[in-house]
Ligand binder design. Structure first.
Ligand code: ADP
Ligand code: TRP
Length: 320
């Protein structure tokens, strides 16, 4: 089984990214041949400052390694180190119906958020299809908001196969961990960088603590019984605590006698402790830039080898 996923280096990674995409991908590296990349070509649709992009890529790479991506198991690289994907993207675009892209909600969402509607932003799903198809990927672990893009990828691959020969491209499957499909943000909406409601994986301690302690709650008094399921504090706590601790907190919610401030403190501690080993590993990696660069260049070499084979197959079938 070949597993492929990517993440855009578009800012600090948060726990929605972690539970929705990074942790499931890292787990899957034990189950097959994994290819993971930092999607810098995609990030160009929103970041137009070279120094910022370079810095974000470095941070995203370190974050992924710190969280457990093992370069002995997974091929890890920067998207732009495999320029073959841009050629495949063009080849795919020649059979991609306009209507398919017009239906993509992420384009509309991004424009609503004020991102400039460039051709690249509109054509983004075709490049994403190329990212996936160029490695003959079987499985694509992503968060729920990327599901439509994987469906578009399947449609494009089917169209190519109908046009140029069955079996030319492998049809991939999305892998969505339903229980983590939508990690809520600190305001209760979906957690997202663009909503400013994130709890970051590696944010500064004081700032992240403040964010947790400022979670807005209802006005139930200390003594009143409370519904854990309706509480954002409990929902987030479940991501970090073991089952026994979750049961204890749920019971205390129902019983009354504990205030939200106490629950927030426990959420804070569970979150901070959960990422402690990753923070330590990140510090080591920050001091070892040569190692990180070596991992990415070794990964790029392997990825490129496979990508050129698949691209060659498609070029040939198309008459180039
Ligand atoms: P953001 O919304 O913060 O810009 P991205 O769109 O860059 O995040 O998402 C990167 C990956 O993380 C995708 O696979 C996405 O589905 C996943 N993801 C992002 N936010 C969440 C969330 N709140 N819950 C679950 N998965 C998420
Ligand atoms: N579009 C994804 C995101 O915004 C990142 C991405 C690019 C990706 N290419 C991919 C994810 C291929 C999975 C497979 O998060």
């Amino acid at each position: 089984m070949r597993i492929l996923s990517g993440i855009q280096p578009s800012g600090a990674l948060h726990i929605g990214n972690y539970f929705g995409m990074m942790e499931p991908s890292i787990r899957l590296q034990d189950e097959g041949e994994a290819y993971y990349f930092i999607a810098d070509y995609h990030a160009l649709t929103t970041i137009h400052d070279g120094a910022v992009l370079r810095q974000n890529c470095q941070e995203a790479a370190i974050a992924f390694l710190a969280c457990g991506l093992d370069p002995e198991k997974a091929v890890f690289f920067r998207h732009s180190a495999v320029p073959e994907v841009t050629e495949l993207s063009w080849l795919l675009s020649t059979v991609t119906p306009m209507g398919l892209l017009q239906r993509c909600h992420s384009y509309k969402d991004k424009i609503d958020k004020g991102i400039t509607p460039s051709h690249g932003l509109f054509a983004y799903p075709v490049l994403m299809a190329a990212d996936i198809l160029i490695y003959d990927s079987d499985v694509v672990p992503v968060g729920k908001d990327q599901k439509q893009h994987v469906e578009v990828t399947r449609d494009i691959a089917i169209k190519i196969n109908e046009t140029y020969g069955e079996g030319l491209l492998k049809i991939p499957e999305p892998r969505i961990r339903e229980s983590m499909a939508k990690v809520p943000g600190l305001d209760g909406q979906k957690m997202s960088k663009s909503y400013g409601n994130t709890l970051d994986i590696f944010g500064p301690e004081k700032q992240q603590r403040k964010k947790v302690m400022r979670i807005v709650t209802d006005s139930a008094g200390v003594e009143e019984p409370k519904d854990p399921e309706a509480s954002l504090i409990y929902q987030l706590y479940q991501l970090f605590a073991d089952e026994a601790s979750q049961a204890t907190m749920a019971e205390e919610f129902r019983k009354g006698g504990t205030g939200y401030g106490d629950f927030k403190k426990r959420l804070w501690e569970a979150y901070w402790e959960y990422f402690a080993p990753m923070r330590a590993r990140r510090e080591e990696l920050l001091a070892n830039d040569d190692y990180v660069q070596q991992v990415l260049s070794d990964g790029a070499e392997k990825a490129r080898e496979l990508a050129s084979t698949v691209l060659g197959r498609v070029r040939n079938a198309m008459g180039l």
